[in-house]
Design a protein around this ligand. Structure first.
Ligand code: HEC
Ligand code: HEC
Length: 332
């Protein structure tokens, strides 16, 4: 009798624990089917309220942040292109061109470091770079303050969220708060791989994933779940326009031609590819890897020529396209 009662109680406790567990994970599950939340990088004192988001969103779309009032962050990071812009180099102020290709800025809350040079440690600090870049927004924080410090929406939100007047501190924090809400982890591939739904992607895409993971070992630099190791790597691109990658920031020859590995999530809509947008299509990207990159001096040993049949190329592309998620649209 005691044995049976014991078993009964154990089952009740297990049930309660399961309930409690699912209650804890509910909030996370709204965003993704991934079993584990990827590591997040939130500086101390980060405020993630709805007001912080609204404040940041208004700034993100505000063209007054650029010298000729023609460029907002959203001009180069367009929501409907997974926050990239579809150009090889972007359109900055006075028809100037940015020096690099505008990357998707989705899932930034999971990035430990920013920029192709992997040299900026926080999203808050990152905002100063486009603002001050001669070819992008060409402003100083002081000049931005002069333009927007009397804006009543900004005054109210800055006070409400941070208890401060509109100043660089609140501007950079609000911009980061907006970007950290742009989460996209619910692609058909996620439904298949983490959600165990065999119908979520095609057979070709499944075969493409196995090629990506096993035969071609792309995961050595583009590991799951974010499809990037966030490290600077040299994938064998020749130097164009004197862009030596991270070497530019460190002056260390081992950083020659290294660029932060991009996430491949939403890759189907973020063409053109690479730091200078030199490849227009995924076929061109695969051609690059098939040839083992170019014969550059500091190329990673992981980049070797690959035997890829036309059918395998098709499967690889189907897999890459299965990383397309439109859930992030609910946020912007
Ligand atoms: C004129 C185009 C342009 C504008 C305007 C612009 N960006 Fe960018 N953004 C880029 C380019 C190009 C890069 C890559 C630069 C590099 O790595 O050297 C980039 C990189 C970034 C990154 C780093 C992404 C990563 O994975 O490391 C973030 C975050 C970002 N931008 C946010 C912003 C915010 C916030 C604004 C507005 C304050 C903004 N950008 C304005 C073109 C632009
Ligand atoms: C040595 C590390 C490394 C390996 C291995 C590697 N990549 Fe990359 N990959 C990179 C880097 C670094 C970049 C960005 C280079 C740049 O921007 O100039 C990149 C860029 C890409 C891009 C373009 C992303 C964008 O947004 O522009 C795609 C697509 C891609 N890789 C797919 C693959 C595939 C498929 C494989 C396997 C055949 C692979 N990669 C293997 C490091 C690697």
């Amino acid at each position: 009798m005691f044995e049976v009662r014991n078993l009964f109680f154990r089952m009740v406790i297990l049930l309660l624990l399961t309930e409690a567990f699912s209650a804890c994970t509910n909030e996370w599950n709204q965003y993704s089917i991934l079993p584990l939340k990827p590591v997040e990088y939130l500086p101390e004192g980060t405020i993630e309220s709805e007001d912080a988001f609204v404040f940041g969103r208004a700034l993100f779309f505000d063209k007054r942040l650029s010298r000729d009032s023609s460029v907002s962050c959203a001009v180069c990071h367009k929501p409907f292109l997974a926050f990239s812009d579809g150009l090889d180099l972007s359109d900055g102020v006075f028809d100037r061109k940015s020096k690099r290709n505008s990357p998707s800025i989705i899932n930034m809350r999971y990035s430990p470091v920013f920029m192709f040079d992997a040299n900026i440690p926080t999203l808050e600090m990152q905002a100063l770079s486009p603002v001050q870049d001669h070819n992008e927004m060409d402003m100083t924080m002081k000049e931005i303050m002069e333009r927007i410090h009397k804006d009543s929406l900004y005054i109210t939100l800055s006070q409400k969220v941070y208890g401060k007047k509109v100043e660089p501190y609140t501007i950079t924090r609000a911009l980061a708060a907006y970007q950290r809400k742009l989460v996209s982890l619910n692609s058909p591939f996620d439904q298949y791989y983490y959600g165990k739904n065999p119908k979520a992607i095609s057979l070709d895409a499944k075969k493409g994933f196995l090629l990506f993971k096993d035969k071609f070992n792309c995961v050595s630099c583009h590991p799951l779940p974010m499809f990037t190791n966030y490290k600077p790597e040299n994938n064998g691109l020749s130097v164009i326009n004197g862009d030596y990658g991270r070497y530019r920031s460190t002056g260390d020859s081992s950083d020659f031609g290294k660029f932060k590995v991009p996430s491949l999530r939403n890759i189907g809509i973020t063409s053109p590819y690479m730091h200078d947008g030199r490849f227009k299509t995924l076929e061109e990207v695969i051609q690059h890897y098939r040839e083992g990159g170019e014969a550059t001096k500091y190329k990673s040993e992981l980049i070797k020529s690959l035997k890829i049949s036309p059918q395998e190329e098709k499967q690889l592309i189907k897999f890459l396209e299965s990383l397309q998620d439109l859930d992030y649209f609910v946020n912007f």
